[in-house]
Design a protein around this ligand. Structure first.
Ligand SMILES: Nc1ncnc2c1ncn2[C@@H]1O[C@H](COP(=O)(O)OP(=O)(O)OP(=O)(O)O)[C@@H](O)[C@H]1O
Length: 619
C-alpha cells in the first residue's frame, strides 16, 4: 500500500519534497517553469477557440456593463453641483431615475454575459474532461502501475473543477476590471487632471505588491493541487483495501498516514493563501489613504476653486472604482494561476504516450484456429529486472494449457503478454503464425476471453454486468449464458434476480458467484482463446463444482490457458508449462512430467509445501 515509489507524473520538471512527512515519506511536488504555464494557457485556449463569437459578445457585454457602471460617480458629482447645491429637487429626482435605469441596464448586461460565459466554459471544460478520460482509456497498463489512482482521479475531478470555477468568473472580471480602471482614469482626467494626478499616485505601490505576491502564489497553488492528488490516492487505496486494513487492525496507522498527508495539505494551503491573503488588508490601507488624500487635497483645491464639491464627491467614488478592480485583479490573477496549475497537471497526463498504435500493416482477425506460439520471449516490468527469460512454447488449436509454478514465477505475466497488455522486450508471440504486433489490438482482444480469480463487476445490474461481454446481446442470450455458466440458480435467488444492482466491484457477491458471472460474460463474448485464472481461495464446495463444470464447458473446443491451482485441471491439460523464475523449466503432459522426476515431480509431490501453487487437494 506504499505510494512513495510512485511518481505523480513523468515530466522532467524539478521535483521537491514537502516537509513535515517524515523520513522516507514525501510527496514529489512538481514545480513548473514559466514556459510550461504559458504553454498550458495556450492549450487551454484551444478548448474555447470554437466559441470565439460567443466570447466576443461576452466581452462586448462586459465592456458596456462596466462603462455604464462608471457613469454613476459622474452623476453623483452632477447631482451635488447642479441640483443639490442650487436646491432643484425635481431635477434631482429626474437624475436619480435616470441613474437607476443606467444601473439596471448595466446589471442586465452583466447577468447576460455571465449566462453566456458559463455555457461556453462548461462546454470547453466538458471537452477537456473528455480528452483526459479518453487518454486514460488509451494509456498502457504500465502507466497505471506507477501512479496512485487517486491522484489521477483528482486530476479528472478537482483540477477540472478548478479550471471551470476560475474561468467562469475570472476572465470576465479581469476584463471588466481593466475597462473600469481605464474608464475611470479617462473620466477623472476629463473632470480634473490635477485631482487625477493625486488619486493615481498610489498605483505604482499597488502594482509592486501585486507582482511580489503573485510570484509566490503560483508555486503554492501547484503544490496544493499535487498534494491534494496524493491525498486522494491515500483515500482511494484505503477504501479499496479496507478489508486488509481492518484484518490487520491498521486503522490507527492508516489514520496517521492520512493525517500526515492532511497536515502537508494544510501547510501547503496555508502557504499558498498566506501571500494571497496579504493582498486584501494591504489594499484596504492604500484605499483609505487614497480617500484621505483625495478629500484633503480636493478640499484644498475647492477653496481655491480649482474643483467643485461635486467633483470631489465623484473622485471619492471613482477612487474606489479603480482601486477595487486593481485589488481584485491581483486575486483574479491568483485564481487564473491556480487554473493554469491545474491545466498543467491535466496536460501532463494528456501528453503521456498512449498504447503504441497498431502497425500500418496490422490485420484484422475474424476467425482463427487458435494456434499460439511464444518464441524466445523476454520481458521486464521494470528495466533491469527480467521477469520472463527466453520463454518458448507451442500450443495447437483447441489445446488446454496449464501454467504451473511457484508464486511470482511469471504465469500471469505470460497471459498479460498474450493479451498485449504489455509489449515484449524481445522475441515474438504468434497467433495462427501471425505476430500479435501485426494484429489490430482491438481484434486481438476480442479474440480473447479472460476470467480472473477476482473479477471486477460494475455497479450495475447483474444483467448488464453479463451483457458487458457483448453489448448487443438480447435478454434471452444473457440468460442463456448465465444458464451455461451455472449462474442462473444463484441469480434467481438474488432479491431482484437479474435486475439486482451490484455494489462497486461486486462486493455483495461471493468470490465464486463473481467468477460464475465472469464466465457468463465470456460465454457471451464467445472468444477463440481463453485465459482462466483458477480461484485459490476457498469457495464453497457446491459453487466450486459449478465453477469447475462451467469452466470445462467454456474450454471445450477453444485454446485455453489456465493458471492452474487444481490437480484435476492439471491432469486433464494437453500441455503443462512449468514455470520457475521466469523460465519454462519443463513442459509436457502430466504423465510425461511425472516420469521425468524433475521440477514438476518435486512440485507435485511437495503439494502441501508452502511455495507450491498446486497446493489445493484434488477436487
Ligand atoms: N505490474 C507489475 N509491475 C512490476 N512488477 C510486476 C508487475 N506484475 C508482476 N510483477 C512481478 O513480476 C513477477 C512475476 O509476476 P506474475 O504475476 O507473473 O507471477 P505469477 O506466477 O502469476 O504469480 P502468482 O501465482 O502469485 O499469481 C513477480 O516478481 C512480480 O513481482
Amino acid at each position: 500500500m506504499a505510494f512513495d515509489h510512485r511518481k505523480p507524473d513523468s515530466t522532467s520538471s524539478e521535483t521537491r519534497a514537502v516537509p513535515g512527512l517524515g523520513p522516507g515519506r514525501h510527496f514529489a511536488v512538481v514545480t513548473s517553469k514559466p514556459e510550461d504555464s504559458l504553454n498550458a494557457l495556450k492549450r487551454l485556449w484551444q478548448y474555447f477557440q470554437g466559441y470565439r463569437w460567443q466570447l466576443i459578445v461576452v466581452f462586448i457585454l462586459v465592456g458596456f456593463s462596466s462603462l455604464l457602471m462608471l457613469a454613476g460617480p459622474y452623476f453623483i458629482g452632477k447631482a451635488i453641483d447642479e441640483y443639490i447645491v442650487p436646491r432643484d429637487f425635481r431635477g434631482l429626482v429626474r437624475l436619480l431615475v435616470f441613474m437607476g435605469f443606467v444601473y439596471l441596464l448595466s446589471s442586465l448586461f452583466y447577468w447576460l454575459q455571465g449566462y453566456l460565459m458559463v455555457n461556453v466554459v462548461q462546454r470547453g471544460v466538458a471537452r477537456l474532461r473528455k480528452d483526459l478520460f479518453d487518454t486514460l482509456q488509451a494509456l498502457p497498463l504500465r502507466f497505471f502501475d506507477t501512479r496512485p489512482h487517486g491522484d489521477l482521479m483528482s486530476r479528472l475531478t478537482n483540477d477540472v473543477d478548478n479550471i471551470s470555477n476560475s474561468l467562469s468568473n475570472t476572465i470576465t472580471q479581469m476584463f471588466s476590471g481593466i475597462i473600469t480602471i481605464l474608464g475611470a482614469v479617462v473620466l477623472m482626467l476629463w473632470m480634473s487632471p490635477e485631482l487625477t494626478a493625486v488619486s493615481i499616485a498610489g498605483i505604482p505601490l499597488t502594482l509592486l505588491v501585486t507582482r511580489l505576491v503573485t510570484r509566490h502564489t503560483h508555486r503554492g497553488f501547484l503544490a496544493q493541487q499535487t498534494i491534494l492528488g496524493n491525498l486522494n490516492g491515500i483515500v482511494e487505496e484505503n477504501i479499496s483495501g479496507l478489508r486488509v486494513v481492518k484484518a490487520f487492525v491498521r486503522e490507527e496507522s492508516e489514520m496517521e498516514r492520512f493525517e500526515e498527508a492532511n497536515q502537508a495539505l494544510r501547510e501547503a494551503g496555508v502557504r499558498a493563501q498566506i501571500y494571497a491573503g496579504v493582498m486584501g488588508p494591504f489594499m484596504n490601507v492604500i484605499n483609505n489613504l487614497n480617500l484621505a488624500i483625495i478629500a484633503g487635497v480636493g478640499g484644498w483645491f475647492a477653496t481655491r476653486e480649482i474643483v467643485s464639491i461635486g467633483t470631489i464627491a465623484s473622485f471619492i467614488v471613482y477612487s474606489r472604482h479603480f482601486t477595487r478592480p486593481l485589488n481584485e485583479l491581483a486575486n483574479q490573477f491568483n485564481m487564473l494561476q491556480s487554473a493554469v496549475a491545474s491545466a498543467e497537471r491535466i496536460f501532463r497526463v494528456i501528453d503521456e504516450s498512449p498504447e503504441p498504435p497498431d502497425a500500418e500493416e496490422a490485420v484484422e482477425f475474424k476467425e482463427i484456429r487458435g494456434e499460439v506460439e511464444f518464441r524466445n520471449v523476454s520481458f521486464s516490468y521494470q528495466r533491469g529486472v527480467p521477469v520472463l527469460k527466453n520463454v518458448s512454447f507451442h500450443v495447437k488449436p483447441g489445446q488446454m494449457v496449464a501454467l504451473v509454478g511457484p508464486t511470482g514465477a511469471g504465469k500471469t505475466t505470460i497471459v498479460n503478454l498474450l493479451a498485449r497488455f504489455y509489449e515484449v522486450d524481445s522475441g515474438e508471440i504468434l497467433i495462427d503464425g501471425v505476430d500479435i504486433r501485426k494484429i489490430k489490438k482491438e481484434s486481438l482482444r476480442s479474440l480473447l476471453g479472460v476470467v480472473l480469480q477476482d473479477t471486477y463487476l460494475f455497479s450495475e445490474s447483474v444483467r448488464e454486468n453479463i451483457r458487458y461481454g457483448r453489448l448487443s446481446a438480447t435478454d434471452e442470450e444473457v440468460e442463456e449464458a448465465a444458464r451455461l455458466a451455472n449462474a442462473e440458480q444463484f441469480i434467481l435467488g438474488l432479491p431482484q434476480g437479474y435486475d439486482t444492482i451490484l455494489t462497486d466491484g461486486g462486493e455483495n457477491l461471493s468470490q465464486g458467484q463473481r467468477q460464475l458471472l465472469a464466465i457468463a460474460r465470456v460465454i457471451l463474448k464467445d472468444p477463440a482463446i481463453l485465459i482462466l485464472d483458477e480461484a485459490t481461495s476457498n469457495i464453497d464446495v457446491l459453487t466450486e463444482k459449478h465453477v469447475q463444470s462451467a469452466m470445462l464447458n467454456l474450454m471445450r473446443g477453444r485454446t485455453s490457458f489456465v493458471i492452474a491451482h487444481r490437480l484435476s485441471t492439471i491432469r486433464s491439460a494437453d500441455l503443462i508449462l512449468v514455470i520457475n523464475q521466469g523460465e519454462i523449466v519443463e513442459q509436457g503432459t502430466h504423465q510425461e512430467l511425472l516420469e521425468k522426476e524433475g521440477f514438476y515431480y518435486r512440485l507435485y509431490t511437495s503439494q502441501f509445501g508452502l511455495n507450491s501453487s498446486i497446493s489445493v487437494p484434488d477436487s
